[in-house]
Design a protein around this ligand. Structure first.
Ligand code: SF4
Ligand code: SF4
Length: 185
């Protein structure tokens, strides 16, 4: 969603590899305790995002393809805006959302499912016409996509990369999460 972004490297962690490894094992300990005893989904999500920042980072540069503005998912307060009803509610609360035009999957339904949104603030040159006031989720893209969904769309000029640390760990759910990201590197 962010247009004409100049940043070429977005590091999720600025720590040295040794410090990052120590932080990783601390977070891993907490993640394992939560997994075995506390079993809090919120805590798991927080810890996973922190662990992810030690293992991966986002690098690359925007190709100005505009695809992230023409075919986007809207997430508000961790809720995927994927139905007409959810979109009606959010755009009543915040009319800025009316700039995003939903593409419906099943228009005959009373509460049709939204396949994706196309932003109407994209101008004919493929540039954001409201760049300075664009929403935070546009400003933070594609790091927000990585944090929210563990992936970045294939067509994007930004890619997920591994940091230099390569820790050993055995927790099954964490291994699965890490390997799901590794598959798309
Ligand atoms: S406001 Fe629209 S055109 Fe601007 S960056 Fe966001 S999605 Fe793209
Ligand atoms: S999809 Fe990626 S490369 Fe294309 S405009 Fe968006 S941020 Fe830039």
């Amino acid at each position: 969603m962010k247009k004409k972004q100049k940043t070429s490297l977005i590091r999720a962690s600025f720590l040295s590899p040794d410090a990052a490894l120590s932080i990783f094992y601390l977070l891993y300990f907490l993640y394992s305790i939560n997994d075995l005893i506390i079993k809090s989904e919120n805590l798991e999500k927080i810890l996973w995002n922190l662990i992810k920042s030690e293992l991966f980072y986002v690098a690359g540069k925007c190709r100005n393809c505009s695809k992230c503005c023409r075919k986007m998912t809207l997430i508000h307060n961790n809720i995927n805006i994927d139905t007409s009803e959810k979109f009606r509610k959010i755009s009543t609360t915040d009319p800025y959302y009316l700039n995003f035009k939903p593409a419906y999957l099943d228009k005959d339904n009373n509460n049709p499912v939204i396949s994706y949104f196309a932003c109407q603030l994209l101008n004919r040159d493929g540039m954001c016409s409201d760049y300075r006031c664009r929403p935070d989720f546009c400003h933070d893209f594609p790091v927000s996509s990585f944090i929210q969904n563990d992936h970045i769309t294939e067509f994007c000029g930004y890619k997920i990369k591994r940091t230099k640390i390569n820790p050993c760990f055995s927790n099954k759910s964490l291994k699965l999460r890490v390997s799901n990201i590794n598959k798309h590197l």
